[in-house]
Design a protein around this ligand. Sequence first.
Ligand code: NAP
Length: 295
Amino acid sequence: MAEPLFNRLCLVGIGLIGSSIARVAKKRGDIAKTIVVTTRRAETLQRVRELGLADVVEADAARAVEGCDGVIFCIPVGAYADAMRHIAPHLAPGVVLTDVGSTKGSVVRDLSPLLPAGVHLVPAHPMAGTEHSGPDAGFPELFEGRYCIVTPLPESDPAAVEKVKELWRRCGSMIETMDPVTHDKVVAIVSHLPHLIAFTICGTADDLAEETKEAVLKFAASGFRDFTRIAASDVDMWRDVFLNNREAVLEMLSRFSEDAHAFGRAIRWGEAGFIEDRIKRGRKIRRSLIERKQA
Ligand code: NAP
């Protein structure tokens, strides 16, 4: 077995993503010698103890990060600045600070000004997830065969960047490096906009008259059901994603709205060719996802 990457690794927050990291780390043994977990609520900490996800469970995040050579933020992105203010004076020089947040520009914006000297920030985003949350929802295979996007800063220490990449390789992921602006645009179209549409379509269905709503639920085993899966996602996480990737989401929404109106216009004017073309493009994209084993 390879040497553990970290001597003492602290997970700040432990829901779906944090607990999946803890599970891979426990299973492999070459990610961290000691896993420390801290989280906001006593109930969650208790559950972490019951599930045996950590070697050390610590309620106070400041104490939890003390003596650690690796720290991973696994909390909603809107909570980063407060968490950082609390732990910053307790971070050891040389520590690698990384995260799993779904937005990256906001992470650099919120964490960079609070970074103590000698702390290496290397933001990352595992492109893997489910609609479930909490420490029970995680599983060690979550990241296998999925991309992890690492968004180092120009001044990031190359050894720290390599360590974060190796962490994700050991979790089974494929690594892609990007700047935070490109990352935020990419995820706005592949993840944030689809969630916005799913939340909206469920809201529209819910707004319909009572009898119609019944019918919607009764016959939901068509396209609607696929939207409801992602619409079941965590409230805090998704509120923070939309508020912290505002520009990119609004840009993609505006492009989407134009295209949706064009589709509507084609339906109104009976432009069969246009409609067929859109459907063919959808089928082509689905086929290429299957070929890339990302479906
Ligand atoms: P989760 O299952 O809902 O767990 C959230 C964790 O953050 C819990 O430990 C929770 O603590 C803590 N937390 C929530 N609000 C907090 C606050 N205001 N201050 C401090 N701690 C707080 O979430 P998750 O799905 O693992 O997501 C964690 C991060 O991963 C997010 O940044 C998200 O954008 C990113 N991500 C998620 C997915 C996905 O599909 N879910 C995929 C990739 C990346 P308590 O339980 O103690 O309250």
